[in-house]
Design a binder for this molecule. Structure first.
Ligand SMILES: [Zn+2]
Length: 304
């Protein structure tokens, strides 16, 4: 099968932080002031509904952001808070807002790893996860829920993390794609919080769903979501091939592979690259394409 071209990452989005930006009937976006190399222009909080409302990803505990959310409600009735996943840039304010507005919290279950920790292994993004947050209702794949006066279809999309959900808005062709599919960059997949195999499967999954316009949790909308998801898949397949190539050329450690593939990246991005590369290593190991020897002092790579 012919390969699609790699994705075009669009970093031209300019967030109107603190403003409620209408995107479609019954859908508005409020971007939080937590821009960073990992969150791009900040976390997008979405407001669903016209008279009765639901909030998706209330974001960080930032007073100005919570005030912006309250302004955007304009006194209308909030009925539920939904989360795409339980990384703290999406969920940190969720419990407090649920209490404040007296509404339930709905998401894909308590934060969990994609696989158990190995001996001596630690989760590099442990502190970014909301381990103690519990849903009032656990959302499951394929179910439809009334979120305010909008009908939302729940789609489990693990990969970025195990409890990640995307939300389809009934009859609009719009998917709130969370951190799974974003326009500005490919998502971080850090093992064992996330899983590259799950991520590939979840890309295939959204491509087959009947949504064309994606609104991600960071950055601007994606005009043709399924085409972008397909391009992201190509991008990850290219990374798999680069990894195999680097090992063939003599790289024996993750660090050597990262240096070969991302020679000019700044340190902060290189850390993310290293985490994603670990996820690729595991993916190729599971498929029998790489041999991985894990020791106390590091990981040694070889071709199978
Ligand atoms: Zn995020």
């Amino acid at each position: 099968m012919a390969r699609l071209p790699p994705p075009k990452f669009d970093t031209s989005f300019r967030a109107e932080v603190g403003q409620s930006v209408p995107l479609a009937p019954g859908l508005a976006r409020i971007t939080a002031p937590n821009a960073s190399p990992y969150t791009f222009t900040g976390t997008n909080t979405f407001l669903l509904g016209t008279e009765r409302l639901a909030l998706i990803d209330p974001g960080p505990e930032d007073e100005s952001h919570l005030a912006a959310i309250d302004r955007a409600l304009m006194g209308r009735k909030l009925e539920a808070i939904l989360l795409t996943h339980t990384h703290r840039d999406h969920s940190a304010s969720a419990a407090r807002l649920a209490r404040h507005y007296g509404v339930p919290l709905w998401f894909g279950g308590q934060h969990r790893l994609s696989r158990p920790l190995r001996r001596f292994e630690f989760n590099p993004i442990k502190r970014s996860c909301d381990w103690d947050l519990l849903p009032d209702r656990t959302l499951t794949d394929g179910e439809t829920v009334e979120a305010g006066d909008i009908t939302v279809t729940v789609h489990t999309t693990p990969g970025h993390c195990a409890n990640h959900l995307a939300f389809g808005l009934g009859g609009t062709g719009i998917l709130l794609s969370g951190d799974h599919v974003m326009g500005w960059n490919s998502t971080l997949v850090s093992v064992p919080d996330g899983s590259m195999a799950d991520y590939f499967a979840s890309l295939d999954k959204v491509m087959a769903l009947p949504y064309r316009h994606y609104h991600p949790a960071h950055g601007g909308p994606i005009e043709d979501g399924p085409a972008h998801a397909a391009a992201l898949k190509t991008h990850r397949q290219m990374r798999n091939e680069q990894l195999i190539g680097a090992v063939r050329n003599g790289a024996k450690t993750i660090g050597a592979v990262v240096k070969a593939i991302y020679p000019t990246q700044p340190a902060k991005i290189r850390l993310a690259a290293r985490m994603t590369m670990m996820a690729h290593v595991e993916y190729l190991e599971e498929r029998g394409e790489l041999r991985v020897a894990r020791g106390l002092f590091g990981t040694r790579l070889a071709l199978s």
